[in-house]
Design a protein around this ligand. Sequence first.
Ligand code: NAD
Length: 426
Amino acid sequence: MNNTSVYQKSREDILEIGEKYGLSLNKLENLLEPDRIVEITIPIQIGSETITFKGYRSQHSNLLGPYKGGLRFHPSVTKDEVKALSLWMTLKAAIIGVPLGGGKGGVAVDPKVLTEAQIEEISREYVRKVYDVIGHDKDIPAPDVNTNSKIMDWMTDEYIKIAEKKNPETANHKHFATFTGKGKKGLAGRIEATGFGGVSILKELSKKLKLKPSETTIAVMGFGNVGFYFAKLAEELGFQVVAVSDSKGGIVKKTADGKFLPLDIDLVYECKQEKGSLNGCYCSGGVCDTRGGQLITNEELLSLPVDILVPSALEDVINDNNMQNVKSGVIIEMANGPVSPKAHHFLTSKKTIIVPDILANSGGIAGSYLEWMQNLENKVYEKDVVLKKIDEMMIKAFDAVWNESEKAKTNLREASYLVALKKLLI
Ligand code: NAD
């Protein structure tokens, strides 16, 4: 995976679209540059050694509201990566129509080799280092790859400790609006918001393409927060989720003569919880419901002849090297940037329909927006109200993009950029 050029590739892609549609290139160049990128160091005592990790917060644009975006803990985190991800957040907030801007952060660390106490210390030190630039009206972080509500709670707690000393006049409930994706004072429905929003898009797209759920096969790469909920909620609507994977590989369920069969997503989840990874869940002739399943690599999953491919793990997984192998007619980008610009050109020229990340996974920012509002108003929103609102926001955004694609006679990625840029280049 080549993360160093993710931002550059994305920038060139957007400038090309700007040129094609006669947008102001000066304004566009200004918009593409982040307002600031804060770089920090996080020294942690590990045994007798002090190891220093690099951390970042990219604040891309606050034209439409405070910076908003996730925070990931992953060894591949770089300045370039957070820069690209923060740009996509700006576009996403514009598409989904919330008064927020774009931000993203990360720490270049592998949390899987650390203890919980070390992860907590990294989380708290991150907040101490970026305290001055975050806040409910400045920049609002959220969970992303390898971060979760527990980490957001540690961060909120650390933030409140400092804030109560520095800004005692600010009401405490507003401090909770500095982070979303929290456990304490979190939003009912936030955990599934991104996958749920992706399934709202799946429903709308299926109507447009006249796909019947019971005849539509789906493969999901990544079985974390986004991939799991997408798979589970798609299954609940009757779609045939036949393959899923995590970082170690995946499983596909087929008959001996190669006909795809639906997985039982709850059972697969239970098995992953028990065994630690999906590739431990193949139980040939065993009692678990993944029997009939076969182990596959992530590359094999991407080349399965399923109707819909849903990359929900990391960026750039469909690229120059493997784009020829993709056989699905539809890709829903639930991860950020999973299809490289070159692969996108190649696949759309073969009439593959690609729902871009900035539309498909914007259920996350829709949920974050509702959590932020709930904390600012010091209220508790009910889960069914939250999911209904997210569904409405996703449908509205999908319709705007679909209509723009018909009007401009272009693909959904270009149409999404056009919808967002029209709101941002004013
Ligand atoms: P997560 O950490 O919960 O899950 C990530 C999953 O991807 C795990 O199952 C992991 O095993 C798998 N994975 C990691 N490396 C892989 C590889 N090389 N090949 C295949 N699978 C691999 O993260 P998440 O929150 O589900 O985020 C996934 C993607 O969705 C990211 O691109 C993230 O930026 C994006 N996203 C997340 C949210 C959100 O609300 N969580 C919102 C918008 C976008």
